[in-house]
Design a protein around this ligand. Sequence first.
Ligand code: B1N
Length: 831
Amino acid sequence: TPLEETLLERWKSLAPHDLASTTDIEKSIVYHTTYTLCRHRYNVDKTAMYSATSHSVRDLLLKEWNTTQERLHVTNPKRCYYLSMEFLLGRALDNALYCLSTKKEYAESVKALGFSMEDLLEEERDAALGNGGLGRLAACYVDSSATLEYPVWGYGLRFKYGIFKQIINNEGYQDETPDYWLSHGNPWELRRDDIKYDVQFYGYVATKMNDAGESRLSWEGGEKMYAVAYDMPIPGYDTKNCGNIRLWESQPHNLFDFGAFNNGDYDKAVNDQKRANNLTAVLYPNDNHDSGKELRLKQEYFWVSASLQDIIRRFKRSKRPWKEFSDQVALQLNDTHPIMAIAELQRLLVDVEGLAWDSAWDIVTKTFAFTNHTVLPEALERWSVPLMEHLLPRHMQIIYDINLFFLQKVEKQFPGDRDLLNQVSIIEESQPQQVRMAYLAVVGSHKVNGVAALHSELVKKDLFPAFIKCFGPEKFINITNGITPRRWLYQANPALRDIITETLGSEKWVTHLDELAQLKKFADDKAFQKKWMDVKYRNKQRLAKWISTNMGIDVSPDSLFDIQVKRIHEYKRQFLNILGVIHRYRELCEMNDSERSKVTPRVVIFGGKAAPGYFVAKLVIKLINSVAKVVNNDESIGDLLKVVFIPDYKVSLAEIITPASDISQHISTAGTEASGTSNMKFVLNGGLILGTVDGANIEIRDEIGEENIFMFGTLADKVPDIRHNQKFYGVLLDANLQAVIDLIESGAFGDASIFNPLIDTLTYGGDYYLISEDFDGYLKKQTEVDDTFRDKTLWAKKSIMCTAGMGFFSSDRAVREYADKIWNLKPIPSE
Ligand code: B1N
């Protein structure tokens, strides 16, 4: 029951005030040290100080969170929910301080209390609830939604363990250890014990009579768990609006089986607890790969079921009729992982709310939209029908019915076209049958989008050609990915931020990234070029210092920094990169002193995790480290070539690495990298790209000009024929590549036999990722990079033109496109 008017006034007059002065901030930090952490002033270390400071900042965020919720409650607008299995947020404190524009004040207060803000920021553990680009994209989109004041919430899972921590052992192999990111508590989340739902698994389908005496199908029995909500406030920049990510944790329904306990069976007594604790314990560490495990399907359904219950509860408070559901709610499916939501909403509407099938289906298809992030077949989820029948029996029936009605419509439209029916059936007639989740998504959504122009074309041509026939092409659109300029320039690169602001005369670019185009007129200005390249140099020094401190390898910031950081995957071709490094090493070894004096010194930096079960990817890491060991210890080479594999690549490391690149590599086989987003981060920070004609590289080229990007390699439409020919005629390795392989096989980098499975991927059954095909073009571009880098003026100009051309790749632009073209969503201004 709400409080009476007079009481509300009293509450309002007592509401906590802003922390107006640095003394207020100091008091707040001391308060949290004492009462939140229960620490005495004689016992405050950096960790405690980080935590107290974060709690103090959190208070400010929660105030904005509450007023935002109040505003939304009163205006009751259409809202969008972004369903994503992954949110790769990274650290929160620095971002929150910038968003609240109070970093300076907090830094002073922290200093007055005897600490440095720099140190405290380093205390924070990354929130690493994601694998790679897909999860980081979700994080950028909630940042932009909050900043643009769109009523968007993220829904996901609260994993106890995020992506594993990567350790490179003494032999140069990747080891994995658990990422227990919550060990020191998490000031950035709020547990909501009052927001709790039942989620059901297994059981059977029964026929029941409802109050009106009609028979209805009902899902009965099985096992139940609770989903408990945790909220993470997402501050917007330069606004009082505050977004939210709601994450679900699994909890046991039956805390304790006393019957079993009394019979002496302690294990059985705690069984439910164990199962429930397992469910949201750990994020699956596969990027662009489907593991097909029952536990994963359980995670997916658990998250989707809890989220829909929460969304429906909120809708019901508005007392609107069901047919207005899609005027109030937009649901964005981030890849196939949440696709069970389509069957679940249909089930809730038909079985629980009693709507007719057709009315329910109309609501479902007006509400959902689907983003596809990959065309790699191994990444597209399929669930076996027997598994689905066992775990979610009613949903399986519903999917069969969705499919049946859909196929009936297709049959009516294209009578007798049996091929077409097979091509679009949600059920694949394999042994056992499989549910094609991407097909269910297409049938159950009103829009399907790819994440870059080329990718969206491939989605139509290669993934869903038959669906174009059924639905027409308008259902399939492109929304090119974007990144948030707040984290990826403003926060990660303060030196560049400051000269941009000084040059443009305002900070408008931070929320209107197109403003960067004004930098173009300074691209030839010698004084500006110097300033610009000084910043780059300082960022390279910062990274060199990190490498020296953490890895004991000394690299010179005068060298060309050449960086490839991303998940290790065959399609991303880190293998091509390291083979190129070996070629470079071979050439250096054969040069005399005078030839060597003309060489551009280079530091080749790698980083990225391999999925723990991805043998070939792990072997690539081993090869990189074996090559690094030989090259870095070859005194005759010195600074001309250094190879570094930075362990445990993550968001907080990306913030140091990205601003320090001269060149970054985005060299996937054409047609395989849907978009890429780190390519955008590097270019935004004035780094040039060496890349293939793939994903968003293409649009980056179009925006910054082809003279400012190094591109090479086979085009996407040529790839299938080359693969086909290789199957028949075999692969004749490029001569330089053969020499590199010979060097590996000679034992130059240690026992060669361990690398055989990797080398075999170039020849046995074809060179699927076209490494040999692209090798020569790659080497030639690398030479062009070396030559261009020696012309400092030209390089500075290109670097400036890179940043200046990146306005389009702001996630603000991307989120606006989603809001306009898919969600039909309007901002709700905070003031
Ligand atoms: O999504 C990013 C793109 O920029 C990348 O090109 C793309 O590779 C990435 C299953 C995925 N696609 N698919 C995944 C991740 C986890 C998983 O379990 C698939 N990740 C991408 C953002 O659009």
